[in-house]
Design a protein around this ligand. Sequence first.
Ligand code: SF4
Length: 465
Amino acid sequence: MKVNKCSTTVKCQSKSRAHNNNTDGHTTEEVEEEPPGKSCVFSDEDEEPPSKIDISKHRLFGGIPKAIWNDWKWQFRNRITDIDQLTQFIPLPLEEQTNLKLVTMRYPLSVTPYYLSLIDPDDPGDPIRKQAIPSILEMTMASLGAEDPLGEKEDSVVPGLVHRYPDRVLMVLTDICPMLCRHCTRKREWQHGRWVRTNNEIEAMLEYLRRNDSIRDVIISGGDPLTLSTSHLESIISKVRSIRHVEIIRIGTRFPVVLPQRIDSELCAMLSKYSPIWLNTHFNHPREITLEAAEACDRLLRSGIPINNQSVLLRGVNDTVETMLRLCQDLLRIKVRPYYLFQCDEVQGTEHLRTPVEVGIKIIEGMRGYTSGLAVPTFVVDLPHGGGKVPLQPDYVVSQTENELVLRNYEGRLFHYRNPKKQTHIKLKDEEPSPVAYTTKLLNNYELESKIKGTENADRVVVRS
Ligand code: SF4
């Protein structure tokens, strides 16, 4: 058996996490389906030469055989969760180690070996590192922001179910995530230990859904719901799907980014049974679009699950036009739609990662026109106290009168645009007339209106149903 420095470390981490999980029933029940550490036994014969894309992985985790590396449960069990473990992969000065130990007492650390392997250990400004590795600024700037800026607690109708908009609800099944993103909106939950909703709590949520037939869209989120076992997830999704008025189910997950191995054929086959299911994920930087991530997305797409991406605008991670352009173009290349670019919420412990709102608007301005519209996400601010999402974009209207607008295009050139006059809309009656009779009636009505108003332009009829 060959055990190098990194693989020994990983092996020990499994043992220590096995101990932790004995005190944490939920995690053990939902995720740890195999004895911890079982997969950490390997031999030289298992090893494969590193490919080009594996250079970083092999630098940090050189001894891990591919089959084990690609086992999502192994990845999950072997998350790096304390600063002493972390320093074996990323060099940290002693003072920084001390500081980060203080930070993790309030805001814990959790990063998968896979995501850690994407970090350049020698670059303190690495954009992947900023999302995963704690910073002392989480504490020194902690007076800014709020614990729950979006007021999610206020909108909970039963524990775990947020009903803010008329036709959709958010089901929060767990607070467990494979990685604790330093910019997380639900960072407040990290201090309360790990939990998964009980069967009774889930039944209460389902009962609320059954009783409210205005709900046509259910968003299943967390934490990350894909930390649940596939069979447990199926038992919930199948019950949601059996509610007649629920038209679509959306799953919010960062697994395709931080642990793409989770998107296995078993999960995809299960999800494909409950179509239509949409999946929202969270790529923030082009370097997160690895071969593994692309393959995970491809498996979902081939199972009939469309994928949208919701990035968060983060200082030093993706706050330039060039990075966001590259990210969104690369997302389209793997057939993931760039959907939202979120202004980072004003959450305590995230201020150092927030950018002025103008930065987001400038990024959209720098993308619009320079690349396909499909690659341009909607930049949104999620308002405090449950005010909802507000889209922001550059102002392209230079001036406006009743008859004309002066618009600027993406190059800054000005164009005059005639503004059509308001027209009377004719409503359809309940009974459906024949197309010929209906058109004749429209024309007659329009002629009458034209005469009344003295309108000369009689070649346009507008119908709105
Ligand atoms: S995956 Fe989402 S919920 Fe989980 S820590 Fe990251 S941002 Fe927060």
